[in-house]
Design a binder for this molecule. Structure first.
Ligand code: X8Z
Ligand code: ZN
Length: 593
């Protein structure tokens, strides 16, 4: 080789190695993040184990353990050394790769849940959180002095046509509110306190920061979604109240009394469409069959079976009536160690509602599984946004409710003739449109009021019912004073604060994903299609899931569907209903104003 050529080659090698060698700042970040990830995963596991025990078997000893590990978890995540190093490295953001920047930001979000710059405050928060969970998870509902489970409440509201009985059951379901309120008032200040310690204006703002949004931006997005589907909601509301008035032999009211609706919070309006009621097809089936069929949904798409430990460690079925054990009755799915220890907590009974819920919960489980890979650091083993996690669950719940799928799994007979309008109407009522007004309206507005706007505690129930009334068009069976705290009867208000708008996001998002899958992959009508055993659908979904939180949620959504977040797909899905409802509602007073 000629000498000058050699010189050129050496210079080239030198320059390229400089370009590819990590900068000192990147090296510092890599070393720091390696340690931070290891510590985070270790404490996450220890804490999750203790939290799991405390919600599946509520005892003083389990509460004490959960409180201790909660403090240890915060002591690591909120350690000033971690906060300072993450902040300092972020001042060099431009010199760092994207995945490092995302981890550093996540470290600061985690720290803000328990910043040890104010240890006393953090300890108090952990203690109050543990206490609230314990009250919630061990609360015993009573009807006429007799113990009644949450499933029994739901089943009674599903079946009873006696309005006096319905009112009594509905009122019984609100009894947990007064028990939960005093400590929720304490928690409001403690949650705001930790957020403020890290310079967030309030706790609601800290939670929406996962979307890169402010409280006002989030509320504006939610209000926008409500506005776009309002004409359809007003038609559905009108149709439903006439239907219910007929069912209960009552005059047609302006707003719908809450105890007329099967759901305790009127969040979903199940059981209004007889021709779409498929509960009878679940009678006599085993709860085990429900969860196995849900797993089969995912394995059919090409995902691997759930780990053996899922079946050994999950807590999936209701407790026997004489059981001394107390457990949380709301469904959830847990990534205990951010590796392969995945568990679900449910109380599955053989009905349609639990069938869809089981599909939803495994959506979380399969999301965990997909991003559990070396390329995704522990700190980013979460959804691209929290609403993505809920959205995947909701997408599969939607897919699991469609007639061709139910037929392919022999839930419905092969010759079942579906009344398409009835099923679409039930889809809207039971899984989508009224839910938008609860999840975009009542819940986030009320929580923004208590956290961001410091609503005095003696106005909490009045404000709750103002939103239920104005936004959902629902009224309580009789006046509800401040001796009640009806918001606190909703699980998430206690143990998943400032989170519920994620289900609103999930609802809008699920229709976008579903629309893409139905039209572009399956070439079937979105209102009636079948994902069963389609590997292409699985591969497409896996592309979203496997990323975890390594990329911005807007980019992930756009790359997958070509769209930004919007109600377009949801509105198109239900378009055939609008004119049908207008026809049915001819001559009726629309809405409640
Ligand atoms: O809480 C849930 C899931 C657990 S992540 C069962 N959902 C919301 C609720 O029940 O209020 C699913 C949809 C709405
Ligand atoms: Zn969920």
């Amino acid at each position: 080789m000629h000498r000058s050529t050699l010189l050129v080659v050496i210079t080239f090698v030198f320059i390229t190695s400089l370009a590819f060698a990590a900068s000192p700042i990147q090296e510092r970040a890599d070393r720091f993040l390696k340690l931070a990830n290891a510590g985070y995963q270790a404490l996450y596991r220890v804490n999750s184990e203790a939290q799991w025990l405390s919600v599946t078997d509520v005892t003083d000893a389990h509460d004490a353990a959960a409180e201790a590990t909660g403090k240890a978890y915060a002591a690591f995540n909120g350690n000033p050394a971690i906060i300072n190093e993450a902040r300092d490295l972020l001042t060099h953001q431009k010199e760092l790769n994207e995945i490092s920047v995302r981890q550093l930001k996540q470290l600061l979000l985690n720290a803000a849940e328990g910043p040890m710059t104010n240890r006393e405050l953090v300890d108090k928060r952990v203690e109050a959180e543990t206490k609230q969970a314990s009250i919630l998870n061990s609360f015993e509902f009573k009807l006429n002095g007799q113990k009644i489970t949450a499933n029994d409440i739901d089943n009674k509201l599903e079946k009873s046509t006696d309005l006096n009985e319905r009112k009594a059951v509905w009122e019984a379901s609100k009894e947990s509110g007064p028990a939960l309120k005093p400590n929720l008032v304490v928690l409001r200040d403690l949650r705001n306190g930790v957020a403020k310690e890290m310079k967030y204006p309030d706790y609601f703002s800290l939670e929406v920061a996962s979307y890169g949004m402010t409280t006002d931006e989030m509320i504006k997005m939610l209000d926008g979604w409500m506005a776009t589907v309002r004409p359809l909601y007003l038609q559905l509301h009108t149709w439903a109240k006439y239907k219910l008035a007929e069912k209960y032999h009552q005059p047609v009211p302006k707003k719908i009394p809450a105890h007329w609706i099967n759901n305790r919070w009127s969040q979903e309006w199940d059981g209004l469409v007889d021709a779409a009621n498929i509960d009878k097809y679940f009678e006599g089936r085993k709860p085990e069959w429900i969860i196995k069929t849900a797993e089969q949904f995912y394995t059919g798409l090409g995902f691997s079976p759930l780990p053996k430990t899922f079946w050994e460690r999950s807590d999936l079925y209701p407790l026997p009536p004489d059981s001394k054990r107390k457990k949380n009755t709301h469904a959830s799915c847990w990534h205990i160690d951010l590796e392969n220890d995945i568990r679900s907590l449910q109380s599955i009974e053989p009905n349609a509602k639990w069938f869809f819920t089981a599909h939803h919960e495994l959506g979380h489980g399969y999301y965990f599984k997909a991003y559990t890979r070396p390329e995704v650091p522990y700190l980013l083993r979460t959804g691209a946004a929290p609403g993505f996690h809920e959205g995947i669950g909701e997408l599969i719940a939607l897919a699991s409710s469609q007639v061709p799928y139910l037929q392919s799994r022999s839930v419905l007979p092969a010759d079942f003739k579906a009344d398409k309008t009835a099923f679409l109407l039930d889809d809207a009522l039971a899984r989508s449109i009224p839910f938008i007004y609860f999840s975009c309206g009542t819940m986030p507005h009320w929580e923004a009021d208590i956290y961001a706007h410091n609503l005095p505690a003696d106005q909490w129930n009045a404000r709750w019912w103002k939103y239920v009334s104005d936004m959902q068009g629902i009224e309580p069976p009789s006046p509800r004073g401040e001796e009640f705290c009806d918001a606190a009867t909703k699980t998430h208000i206690n143990d998943n604060p400032a989170y519920y708008y994620n289900y609103a996001f999930a609802t809008v998002f699920k229709f976008q994903l579903h629309d893409y899958i139905a039209r572009k992959i399956l070439h079937q009508p979105p209102q009636s299609c079948n994902y069963a055993d389609n590997k292409e659908v699985g591969a497409w979904l896996n592309n979203i899931l496997k990323k975890g939180d390594t990329e911005d949620w807007r980019k992930v959504l756009k790359e997958a569907t070509g769209e930004d977040i919007s109600t377009r797909a949801m509105a198109e899905y239900f378009k055939p209903l609008q004119s049908w409802l207008e026809e049915q509602n001819k001559g009726r007073q629309i809405g409640w104003e």
